[in-house]
Write a protein that binds this ligand. Structure first.
Ligand code: CA
Length: 237
């Protein structure tokens, strides 16, 4: 049986169109036309993926994500008519795995669904299958007094805890594990948002800005360096 996808879209014609295309591809589908229904269905149904419009009646898509919580196992792809980078960043920070801007080609949506299902499989227990508890490498990365503990999902400076969102954490980890190697915006985008992510690379700059405001500026250091025209690097010395 194919993956079951919840389509949340208040434009009913568009919802039906997506549903027909998904059924044609062999997916099971369900629909919700407002945020409240979406939230109820997402909390109770066993979906493999949720397509979630941001602009919805009653409760908007971002609020639906907030109420579902970050630990909700079902991957979400946001559908957005808006072009504001901050909206997308807010959606990704709230835990969405991808977003697609309307209007979109159905082939592009289908491609992103395939990628999201592959990268974020939901097991029967509701725990992502790709989290591997048997992996017991030393998952602690350091730079000067900064310490990133991957297992504890914890970042500290001289023992003082720094609160990061998931994506800020991933970006910092990528930079820390590749010290002295300049990471291009494309590479960072791929690591943080997934390899099939098609979007503006300035999302990367937004996350770097967040990281600097939470670390460099607070502790008065210059950890993340800009390499003009290329990307970013953390230098080891
Ligand atoms: Ca809408």
């Amino acid at each position: 049986m194919g993956a079951k996808i919840l389509i949340v879209e208040d434009e009913e014609k568009l919802a039906r169109f997506i549903e027909l295309e998904l059924m044609h591809e062999g997916y099971e589908t369900d629909k919700a036309f407002d945020g409240r229904t979406a939230l109820e269905k997402a909390q109770t149904g066993d979906y493999s993926l949720i397509l979630l419009d941001i602009m919805l009646p009653e409760i908007n898509g971002l609020e639906v994500m907030r109420r579902l919580g970050k630990d909700h196992p079902t991957p979400v792809i946001l559908l957005t008519a808006r072009d504001a980078v901050m909206d997308k960043v807010a959606g990704l920070d709230a835990g969405a795995v991808d977003y697609i801007t309307k209007p979109f080609a159905i082939e592009e949506l289908l491609a992103r669904i395939r990628v999201a299902l592959k990268l974020h499989p939901v097991s029967m227990e509701g725990v992502p299958e790709n989290s591997d508890p048997s992996d017991d490498e030393e998952d602690v990365y350091k730079w000067k007094d900064l310490c990133l503990d991957e297992k504890k999902h914890r970042v500290t400076w001289k023992g003082q805890e720094i609160t990061l969102t998931n994506r800020e954490f991933i970006m910092l980890k990528v930079l820390l594990t590749n010290q002295d190697i300049v990471m291009t915006r494309d590479t960072l985008l791929e690591k943080v948002c997934g390899y099939d992510y098609v979007g503006e690379t300035n999302v990367v700059d937004v996350y770097i800005r967040f990281l600097r405001s939470k670390i460099d500026e607070i502790f008065d250091i210059k950890m993340i360096q800009t390499v003009r025209g290329v990307g970013y690097v953390i230098k080891s010395e």
